[in-house]
Design a protein around this ligand. Structure first.
Ligand code: PHE
Length: 492
């Protein structure tokens, strides 16, 4: 097949749809079969793809087969392979057969459910799946629709945090007047994700009013009530208003856990909005043995977690729950005539218009994806998925701790292990350089990809277990690789 003549321009032709789409599915099946053979971290020079491609978009279309050949030849070599079983960097971004099927349904149906009328069942399915997820995570009744709260699916935690910050801001400014924005203060720990500060600045919080509170090894780098209370008291004494506190369960750097219940009591005392960011570790809360970390969630105003990390749901999908949806819709609703739902007022009073729960008007049918994942694997399958990775991380933590040249820097909470090479009698500066070299050597080997963090001046290597295809043998191989590179470095 060569280029397509213009008269054949039928971009959604049911007769060729299946063939062309299944060529993509076959391509991906092949990719997954071989993904462990690609260098995990892309070894590509900047500018590579621009050199390979023509200056301008093609004038005539091409066949899907030839396009897939190009993907294989030009695109794949420049990717970092997030689905590689030896991808241990950042956090996992799980793909799965059900997640892909759900994404296909979403992409294929391509509805845009911004108001109820725009696709009633898409809106209502979203309400059902976020309620299902709330139950699976053991969240309090107030985050369920039937408890007066409710959830929504966003693309990322950053969006979720911006929306809740806007809700908290407008709730406060409705009493203070708009000039009051200079008085609003937000609180987070030095381990909180960087997007929190970005979110706060997007909603207009003055940078001088960001309080980044210190954590320490004593609390496993979790934020404690005492330090928050002190910071809030100082601000109140200066006539400022403690607006919003972000607690994290499973921080990005170290997997640390803020004390939700303690922080909740402080937040309640001052009328401060409490958000719980459980982007990564929220998935673990489907297992009863991890639900304790969300204890006190009934004191929070909102909570978010990302099924697109560790919950077998292909990008993108972030669940956000709020206890009082009116605070969100007051801040985010728009009401242009052409979007008004038509129907009886009583019927409409019961419906949700998700455009008022997010930044954009447009939105994807993410609910069907999460629904297919839950239907396909069931709660039991999902728990097995989580526990499998926890066991692998446990094993890894154990072998690192047992090797006297290495140390576990922070005790593991979930499936993230933070460690470093620590030969005895070596100066701190040299230890840092050694670990930087070790990480670089591991990643340059193409056999695994890990990332790092720095805490208390310690350069720490992070091994985040959680890939959909990661098995024990891959974690074992990663450990062998680390030892091999450590030997090379220490010997030289
Ligand atoms: N949010 C993750 C981080 O900050 C990155 C990530 C995004 C991981 C999406 C998985 C999926 O590390």
């Amino acid at each position: 097949m060569g280029s397509l003549p213009l008269e054949a321009m039928m971009p959604l032709n049911p007769d060729s749809f299946a063939g062309e789409s299944s060529a993509v599915v076959d391509f991906l099946a092949d990719y997954y079969r071989n993904v462990d053979k690609y260098p995990v971290m892309a070894n590509t020079q900047p500018g590579t793809i621009r050199k390979l491609l023509p200056e301008a978009a093609p004038e005539l279309g091409d066949s899907m087969d030839r396009i897939l050949d190009d993907v294989q030849r030009d695109i794949l070599p420049g990717l970092t392979h997030w689905q590689s079983p030896s991808f241990f960097a950042y956090f996992p971004a799980n793909a799965s057969t059900a997640g892909f099927a759900g994404e296909m349904l979403s992409a294929g149906l391509n509805v845009v459910p911004f108001v109820w009328t725009a696709s009633p069942v898409a809106t209502e399915l979203e309400q059902v799946v976020v309620d299902w997820m709330a139950s699976l995570l053991g969240l309090p009744e107030r985050f369920h629709f039937k408890g007066g709260g409710g959830g929504v699916l966003h693309g990322s935690t950053c969006e979720a945090v911006v929306c809740t910050l806007a809700a908290a801001r407008d709730r406060a400014l409705s009493k203070l007047g708009h000039e009051g924005i200079l008085k609003l203060v937000v609180y987070a720990s030095d381990q909180t994700h960087a997007t929190f500060q970005k979110g706060a600045s997007i909603v207009g919080i003055p940078p001088a009013n960001f309080r980044i509170l210190r954590t320490s090894a004593n609390s496993g780098y979790g934020l404690t009530a005492t330090i928050v209370q002190r910071a809030i008291e100082e601000d109140v004494a200066r006539g400022l208003l403690p607006l919003y506190l972000c607690a994290t369960v499973g921080t990005t750097g170290l997997g640390a856990i803020d004390r939700v219940r303690e922080l909740g009591h402080v937040a309640r005392r001052y009328g401060t909005w409490l958000h719980i960011d459980a982007a990564y570790a929220g998935s673990a809360a489907i297992c009863p043995e991890f639900q304790g970390h969300l204890d006190g969630a009934e004191l929070a105003d909102s909570l978010s977690m990302n099924p697109h990390k560790w919950f077998l749901t292909n990008m993108d999908c972030c669940c956000l729950w709020v206890a009082n949806p009116t605070t969100m819709t007051d801040a985010l609703s728009t009401d242009p005539e052409y979007l008004k739902n038509v129907g009886t007022a009583s019927k409409m009073a019961e419906t949700v218009d998700y455009k008022d729960w997010q930044i954009a008007l447009s939105r994807r049918f993410r609910a069907i994806k999460l629904w297919v994942v839950l239907r396909r694997y069931g709660a039991a399958g999902m728990r097995a998925h989580i526990r499998r990775h926890i066991q692998m991380a446990e094993w890894f933590e154990h072998v690192v701790a047992a090797d006297e040249r290495f140390e576990v820097v922070v005790p593991r909470n979930f499936s993230l292990v933070c460690f470093r090479l620590r030969p005895r009698f070596m100066a701190d500066k040299a230890v840092e350089a050694l670990n930087r070299d070790l990480l670089a050597a591991v990643n340059a080997s193409s056999r695994a990809f890990m990332t790092h963090f720095v805490v208390d001046d310690k350069f720490v290597i992070r091994l985040a277990v959680g890939g959909s295809m990661t098995e024990m043998r891959h974690v074992r191989a990663a450990w062998e690789l680390l030892k091999e590179k450590a030997n090379d470095l220490i010997a030289t």
